[in-house]
Write a protein that binds this ligand. Structure first.
Ligand SMILES: [Zn+2]
Length: 223
């Protein structure tokens, strides 16, 4: 049953493919790989599939462009399951999610993290700054990444950033996949569909912008 879970590449405001894939394949869940770019709350886009499937996802780097876009995603009336730094079980498979992107001013893999944790960052801001601003909340923070590596075990890893087999990918994503025991990594962000395999044997599927793939990494719908 490779179609019981579908993986959806960066929608950037266009949900037509996801909706038609849900009607056609009736998956137990659709996993959205970030970069929604919502002008209205998420449930307005997904109205016709609410109740037919579970929609699960995480932020990309463009879900923080404005407060409105952020609220349309995270304060949506839809039972939207935010998978960032978490695990969900669907059809007997454990799926772990890492949203956001690496940012040099927070932590770039291979370099020493600029901040120990979010508290450390806040401590070095003027008193008027009471919480992490939206654009920095889209960063992958080193301490959160490391605790995910230690605490989470899953069959599948879904990310916005790519592992090292993509030319703009990161070995840190390979290492995370390995640490949590994942057999397959699905990612968005780079807008192209491809399949590859890491040296440790982990399968990788890049999901195209607006594209939909299944558990076997087959592209069901192109934009
Ligand atoms: Zn994108």
């Amino acid at each position: 049953m490779p179609n019981k879970i579908l993986f959806c590449g960066d929608p950037h405001g266009c949900f037509a493919n996801i909706i038609s894939a849900v009607h056609k394949y009736r998956p137990e869940a659709v996993i959205l790989l970030g970069d929604f770019n919502l002008e209205v709350p998420l449930e307005n886009y997904l109205r016709t599939i609410i109740g037919m499937t579970r929609s699960i996802g995480f932020r990309g780097n463009h879900d923080f462009d404005s407060t409105a876009e952020h609220e349309n995603l995270f304060h949506s009336a839809l039972s939207y399951n935010n998978l960032h730094l978490k695990v969900v079980e669907v059809g007997g498979l454990r799926i772990a999610g890492l949203g956001g992107i690496f940012m040099g001013r927070i932590w770039m893999p291979g370099e020493i993290p600029k901040w120990v944790d979010k508290k450390h960052w806040l401590k070095h801001q003027p008193n008027s700054v009471a919480k992490i601003p939206l654009h920095l909340d889209a960063a992958i923070w080193h301490h959160e990444f490391e605790s995910m590596k230690k605490q989470i075990r899953a069959d599948i890893l879904v990310t916005h950033e790519a592992p090292s087999c993509h030319r703009h990918g990161f070995e840190a994503i390979d290492e995370l996949g390995k640490a949590i025991g994942a057999k397959h990594i699905f990612h968005g962000h780079h807008h192209v569909y491809y399949s590859d395999k890491l040296s440790g044997g982990i399968e990788v599927t890049g999901v195209a912008i607006g594209g939909v793939t299944n558990l076997a990494g087959e592209q069901l719908i192109k934009r």
